[in-house]
Design a protein around this ligand. Structure first.
Ligand SMILES: NC(=O)c1ccc[n+]([C@@H]2O[C@H](COP(=O)([O-])OP(=O)(O)OC[C@H]3O[C@@H](n4cnc5c(N)ncnc54)[C@H](OP(=O)(O)O)[C@@H]3O)[C@@H](O)[C@H]2O)c1
Length: 250
């Protein structure tokens, strides 16, 4: 089967492309570097010819509120129009657990992306993942003031990128659900404790403080804002195993 992976050079995209190619599929790893750009439209129509499945794993170069909204709206519109014109039979995209429940600029952009997909008429599956373990350092940095990392003590259930890619590849090859699949890591713990565990593991002296008033990327969050509320597919890689693997790969 011919499969287009938009964002095929990214963290999740490159791993997903590898898994699908091992499975014998013809996979295009699409990204601006390979001449396929969902914002300008460059290379999109040519790439879509003969494709059955498109997996959208692209991410915005900027996380600033307005820029990220523009990215996911423009990218989604261009991509879905090219898919419709080429007769692509299914669309799979990666979103985030809790997008509709937490108000921050990045999540608003993902809600806009999801709306375009559900309104497109193309059979789809949206996979909502919790935060990637590879993103723990970025979260700590974005919540740091001096030597203090301030985070809300809400539930947190990060998932390793290897698990995300394996599940994305698996779900993408099953019939479209015209709905949402939620995925999360195998361990759930308070947000501040998980980030403190990560900083301790890398020998970072910053102190993590749990503050119920602290938000997440500027949005208000509550106990269950970032974890699946119902049935979710769980990854297999816990924090210790992920950390061991990431050190070995470094
Ligand atoms: N971080 C998290 O914790 C988290 C949690 C749940 C879901 N997600 C979602 O997971 C998805 C993948 O994230 P990631 O961390 O794997 O992303 P990433 O590593 O930042 O990779 C982004 C990819 O998007 C491509 N891209 C950028 N602009 C593009 C354009 N105009 N046209 C086509 N491709 C473009 C990049 O191509 P180049 O290499 O050519 O620049 C790259 O391949 C995102 O949609 C994100 O919202 C993230």
């Amino acid at each position: 089967m011919k499969i287009i992976v938009i964002g095929g050079t990214g963290l999740i995209g490159s791993k997903t492309v590898g898994i699908l190619r091992k499975g014998g599929h013809e996979v295009v790893a699409a990204s601006p570097k390979s001449g396929i750009n969902t914002i300008t439209g460059a290379g999109l129509d040519q790439a879509m010819a003969g494709a059955e499945l498109v997996i959208d794993l692209a991410n915005s170069p900027s996380f600033e509120d307005k820029a990220v909204l523009e990215f996911f709206e423009t990218s989604g519109r261009n991509l879905l129009a090219a898919e419709a014109a080429a007769g692509v039979r299914r669309h799979v995209a990666l979103s985030i657990v809790g997008t509709g429940r937490t108000d921050n600029g990045y999540f608003r952009a993902k809600v806009a992306q999801e709306r375009l997909i559900t309104a497109s008429g193309i059979p789809y599956t949206i996979i909502r993942a919790t935060q990637f373990m590879e993103f723990l350092g970025g979260i700590a940095d974005s919540s740091t003031d001096g030597n203090i990392v301030m985070l809300p003590p809400i539930l947190f259930q990060p998932i390793a990128a290897d698990d995300v890619a394996a599940i994305v590849a698996d779900v993408a090859l099953t019939p479209p659900r015209n709905g949402i699949v939620e995925i999360a890591g195998p361990e759930k713990a308070p947000f501040n404790e998980m980030i403190a565990r990560y900083l301790k593991a890398i020998g970072d002296p910053r102190q993590v403080v749990g503050d119920p008033e602290a938000g997440y990327w500027g949005g208000r969050v509550e106990e269950h804002s970032l974890v699946p509320l119902g049935e979710a597919r769980l990854g297999r890689i816990g924090f210790d195993e992920w950390f061991r693997r990431s050190r070995a790969a470094a």
